[in-house]
Design a protein around this ligand. Structure first.
Ligand code: SAM
Length: 341
């Protein structure tokens, strides 16, 4: 019983301090601490070298580095501070598995929203207006895309998650019999390129709002596959490109059931029998007890909601799609494949 009590106490401590740990990660990432350590010749630096490089106080830098060591983000060696090899590829600002875009999105957007969580709970609304002084009736056009730097930051965040999870989503199911796919709300194209890479016979059309498509050059990979093409439009209003596979990665959680039905009915109309819809999201457990990652994200959402695989399955069923397979990838996003009858 005492062991159990101790475990519960340490859980409490972890939760009380969790926000400090997150902010240490956000700050070290924003100040490029991990990039600085990687680019040093030896990979090892003294706190004062780091302070100089990141143009910060010695005292503050020392504290930040020590906190990072305690959290397992950095290592201390006999000679100085060293990057932690196991997490480094996520923490650098470039590289195929960089999470920096998402980390900065958490710092600049999600953090301010969460400082108003109490009001969000009382009112049942996202606190965009309180946090940023601007209402956001239309999440994407008003909140994310009205300012260039905010749009770029949002796109970098989506890009980093899509790069880290894209391969697992793209290879979750055998799509070899399909020739064309359309990634609806594909943002930077990262997911579309992963699908093209994983399926040599598949051409992928990336469909997103014009504000997003105009920025796609910024995220184009060096070895960009010409089987990926870009189409601008609004998936609630405009005609959808014809495809055998419709990909909805992190789209449906942003919308109410009502809006999801509008979108799915448009997809159903565009689909021939045998065509399919691939939905990729964090799937809640059927009893909604977890995972916390999905339930915590829901707290700053506007009109959307998090759903379980069977809830997605039911939504799709009402538009004539039968669930063929569900895949828990153990990466950031799971996937479900539903085929048109
Ligand atoms: N699918 C991408 C991924 O998984 O990385 C991005 C997901 S992001 C949460 C949602 C995307 O939907 C954004 O790129 C946004 O621009 C796009 N979107 C939102 N409303 C849209 C609309 N009405 N028509 C087309 N795209 C839209």
């Amino acid at each position: 019983e005492t062991e159990d009590g101790k475990e519960k106490l340490s859980k409490m401590i972890e939760l009380m301090d969790g926000f400090k740990a997150s902010k240490v990660l956000f700050t070290a990432s924003k100040l490029h601490v991990f990039d600085v350590l990687r680019s040093s010749k030896t990979g090892e630096l003294q706190a004062e070298d780091v302070a100089q490089e990141i143009k910060a106080s010695m005292k503050g830098t020392e504290r930040l580095l020590e906190a990072c060591v305690s959290l397992g983000l950095l290592q201390r060696t006999g000679k100085g501070i060293l990057s932690q090899f196991l997490t480094l590829h996520f923490l650098l600002s470039d590289g195929p598995l960089s999470l920096q875009g998402y980390i900065q999105h958490c710092n600049e957007l999600v953090w301010p929203l969460f400082t108003h969580l109490e009001t969000a709970v009382r009112e049942g609304t996202n606190q965009h207006e309180k946090a940023f002084g601007k209402s956001s009736d239309n999440l994407f056009q008003d909140a994310y895309y009205s300012r260039h730097e905010v749009k770029l930051r949002f796109m970098k965040a989506m890009h980093s998650i899509a790069k880290v999870s894209g391969r697992d989503v793209a290879t979750a199911f055998d799509l070899s019999k399909y020739k064309t796919a359309c990634d609806l709300g594909g943002c930077t194209g990262a997911m579309a390129y992963e699908f093209a890479k994983a399926h040599p016979g598949l051409s992928v059309t990336m469909f997103d709002l014009p504000e997003v498509i105009e920025m796609s050059g910024h995220f184009r990979p060096h070895d960009a596959d010409d089987r990926v093409s870009f189409v601008a439009g609004d998936f609630f209003k405009d005609e959808l490109p014809k495809a055998d596979v419709y990909i909805l990665a992190r789209i449906l959680h942003d919308w109410s059931d009502e809006k999801v039905h509008i979108l799915l009915s448009k997809i159903a109309k565009a689909c021939n029998p045998g065509c399919c819809v691939l939905v990729s999201e964090i799937f809640l457990d059927e009893d909604r007890k977890g995972p916390s990652r999905g339930l915590l994200q829901a707290l700053s959402m506007t009109e959307g909601r998090q759903r379980s695989a069977s809830e997605y399955s039911l939504l799709l069923k009402s538009h004539g799609f039968t669930t063929a397979q569900v895949k828990h990838t153990h990466n950031l996003l799971d996937a479900i494949l539903c085929v048109a009858e």
